[in-house]
Design a protein around this ligand. Structure first.
Ligand code: SER
Length: 345
């Protein structure tokens, strides 16, 4: 199925010609933004926040899927394969893009199933964007790394910014390589590329897909729809997690920080909160008392076991004022309230 998919995307309809004059129509603003993976879990919410700040005329969303007006409020949508170097370059030029939020990526579970494609998608387009910044075509890049860069042989708790990185997953290896490319392009060429090591991200608007931390999203859907959930992560495995509102705020704060404040050019640790499936189930029971959980760990348990349980993010707090608004209780209340409305028959 995989080669077929690639072929499909290679020839995915791209309507650049019809957009020939759009750059002329984009409102003048200091920033013209391109988001890749804009219909994904982070992309949908980040795009809408960027539109609220910069105006829809200055935001171009892009992704592999067909345009869906319910998912994006961006003024423009480019259906494109981000591994198509020439096409991406054309889009950057057409819209006179200054800032790229490059979110397109394969998460940890899916990367284990498609290792070579994970490498291609998670690393090569990032280098392409760094090259374009080196040439002066774009000014600023945001790229997400992950807690997956850590790995075996480091302490589980309160893992610091500068520990030895030893990822054992394809996803972690690709993210570590990406971090090193970011640092390299900054050191050698002054490219302003900024990054966060996201923990597991929890949100109700757009589902995640293929991640090890996704149990913490699925659990809410099943709690509301079925009253029970079978977790693929075992009862007492703690992982760092973050509510999407806090993730978006952190991303925007990092991107708005003065250049001289950014002391980490690989990727910033972000701790969020830390909890186990059992602890999350207990929180859900405060809202849905009859909720039941059982555990059937699968291949993702080994991935989780290689990741930290909690993260020290003091450098991000010091450099650009990272803060959080949601803890596990507030997040659970918000998730259940919003999902109940969304899932209403
Ligand atoms: N949420 C990601 C995953 O589970 C971790 O960055 O793959």
């Amino acid at each position: 199925m995989f080669p077929k998919l690639i072929n499909f995307f290679k020839f995915a309809i791209h309507t650049l010609n019809s957009k020939k004059n759009q750059s002329l129509h984009m409102e003048s603003s200091t920033e013209k933004i391109l988001i890749t993976g804009a219909l994904g879990q982070i992309g949908t919410e980040l795009t809408n926040r960027l539109v609220a700040i910069h105006g829809k005329e200055n935001v171009v969303a892009s992704g592999l899927d067909r345009f869906d007006k319910n998912l994006t409020s961006a003024g423009y949508y480019e259906r494109m394969d981000v591994t198509n170097t020439q096409l991406v370059r054309q889009v950057i030029k057409e819209y006179e893009i200054t800032t790229v939020y490059h979110l397109a990526s394969l998460l940890s579970g899916t990367s284990e199933k498609q290792p070579l494609f994970a490498w291609k998608l998670n690393v090569e387009p990032l280098i392409n964007f760094c090259e374009m910044a080196r040439e002066g075509l774009i000014k600023k890049i945001f790229w997400p790394s992950s807690i997956a860069v850590f790995g075996k042989g480091i302490p589980k708790e309160n893992v610091g910014q500068d520990v030895v990185l030893n990822p054992t997953t394809v996803y972690g290896i690709s993210k570590l390589a990406g971090e090193k490319w970011c640092e390299y392009y900054f050191d050698k060429h002054g490219v302003d590329v900024r990054s966060i090591r996201y923990p597991g991200l929890i949100s109700w608007k757009t589902p995640a897909g293929g991640g090890t931390t996704d149990y913490a999203v699925e659990i809410y859907y099943e709690a509301i729809e079925e009253g029970k959930y079978t977790s693929f992560i075992s009862e007492n495995t703690a992982m760092p997690m973050l509510y999407m509102d806090d993730a978006i705020n952190a991303t925007l704060k990092l991107m708005e920080a003065p250049k001289e404040n950014i002391t980490v050019r690989s990727s910033y640790n972000l701790g969020g909160m830390s909890f186990t499936p059992a602890e999350l189930a207990a929180e859900i029971r405060k809202e849905i008392p009859e909720f039941k959980i059982d555990y059937k760990p699968d291949f993702r348990q080994a991935i989780a076991d290689s990741w930290p349980a909690s993260i020290d993010d003091s450098v991000a707090k010091k450099d650009w004022g990272l803060t959080y608004d949601f803890d596990i209780t507030e997040m659970t209340r918000d998730m259940i309230k919003n999902l109940k409305t969304k899932l209403k028959p």
